[in-house]
Design a protein around this ligand. Sequence first.
Ligand SMILES: Cc1cc2nc3c(=O)[nH]c(=O)nc-3n(C[C@H](O)[C@H](O)[C@H](O)COP(=O)(O)OP(=O)(O)OC[C@H]3O[C@@H](n4cnc5c(N)ncnc54)[C@H](O)[C@@H]3O)c2cc1C
Length: 475
Amino acid sequence: MEIKKVLVEIVGEENVRDALAELYVYGSDASIHRELPNVVVRPRTVEQIQKIIEYANNEIIPVIARGAGSGMSGHSVPIDHGIVLDMKGMNRILEIKCEDMYCRVESGVVDDDLNRAIKPFGVFYPPSPASSRIATIGGEIANNASGIRSVKYGATRDYVLGMKVVLADGEIVNLGGKTRVEAAGYQIHRLMVGSEGTLGIIVEATMKFIPLPKLRCLGMATFEKLEDAGNAIANIIASGAEPSMLELMDNIAIEAVNTAMKLGLPDVEAIILFEADGKVKEAVDFEMQGMKEICEKHDGKVTAMSYDAKERTKIYAGRKKLFPALSRYKEGFACTSLADDMAVPYSKMAECAMKIHEIAEKNGIIMTAYGHCGSGVMHTKILMDTTKKEQWEAAKNAVEEVYDYVDSIGGITSGEHGIALSKAPAWKRARKDLVEAMRKIKHALDPNNILNPHKLMDAPDDWLTATPIRYRVKE
Ligand SMILES: Cc1cc2nc3c(=O)[nH]c(=O)nc-3n(C[C@H](O)[C@H](O)[C@H](O)COP(=O)(O)OP(=O)(O)OC[C@H]3O[C@@H](n4cnc5c(N)ncnc54)[C@H](O)[C@@H]3O)c2cc1C
């Protein structure tokens, strides 16, 4: 095949794959979507990427950058086939500069590997998503990922100082810099944050890091009513408290981890995990006491609170393994990421959690409400028998109802996982103004539309038929 021959010349035979089994691996991510690329290439240098992009741009072949493929909405699924650019070969940490509090990495570096490398210097890179064991820095930037500690420390966008990018015509540009502040023209490195591989290939990133807190204290509160837990979260934030983690789990999430992991968590409507960190014990105690009192004011029962690392691991165990546990909630059911990470105003957190249950019941499916609610993200997952066509139709209705509701309360389609394919129809409906502006930017930077085409603003209007799905549905 012509494409393969050219790529082999650029990166060598060992870095090019087109066997069917391997194309299948690269044809899906953590979403429901599936489509095969023509070929997968694993570049090792910026120059190789530049040559690949120049070739693809001349021949108008789609190029889809892929980190770990942990995107939940079809981000790296090659909807138009083409070349999947596996960035995991670009995994070197290039510089750790403690006196200036930044590091420079190739974009295929895995989040946990970066944190392991900088930990001995007493610093950490905080926005880590729950997928940090596999997710790459490039994928996190392209998605503006955030995680359990974003309630205090912010999202990826808050840590990007600069980057090196290969544009769609093969030009290499250095964006941003290494300093904390910059007022030197367009902040184009920030435009790359959340670009989902549609504007350029991020090959290198300069990320700031911050000192590791000396102390962490984690607590658990149980609630007989989901509504009380949602209101407690809103109140904790409004009180001016500074949680470093504030997580919600509803009864379905609790049941799922109890079933999968035999954790023996209490049979209640909701659990909140709340954490504070810092340098001084009195200050951390003060934060913890304040959050405890708010939970109790909302009829929560604080069942655990500990500074001890082993104890904290135990308290956090259910939340940590929640995603895989949801797949084992019910025999024959799968956990699908459809409407899964809405950004919601704090004042509507309780109402939103209850609305999700109401919509699930109305449509005859199971939906859970959980997540990084402290940073304003309400997660849901739809648990269903994916072999049944009726369940997909019900899920489709439910997804639409969830997004219409979120839009009506001033929320946003995605707070964390991005748009790609699954969320594009709802997001395009809600943000018609943005869609056109984004198309103009995309056209200016990628006139031949080779970079991850037909995603985000250009994605199809029906997520269910956008690509084949990776489940077998009985007719
Ligand atoms: C169990 C689980 C838990 C998760 N938890 C969270 C969470 O807590 N918070 C959160 O935000 N997300 C979470 N996610 C979603 C996902 O892991 C993150 O969005 C992550 O940032 C994706 O990184 P990745 O390397 O897998 O990127 P991929 O999925 O491979 O790619 C994601 C997007 O980035 C683009 N991209 C990748 N690398 C580059 C590059 N070098 N240059 C340009 N574009 C690039 C791709 O084209 C694609 O559009 C979770 C996923 C799973 C499966």
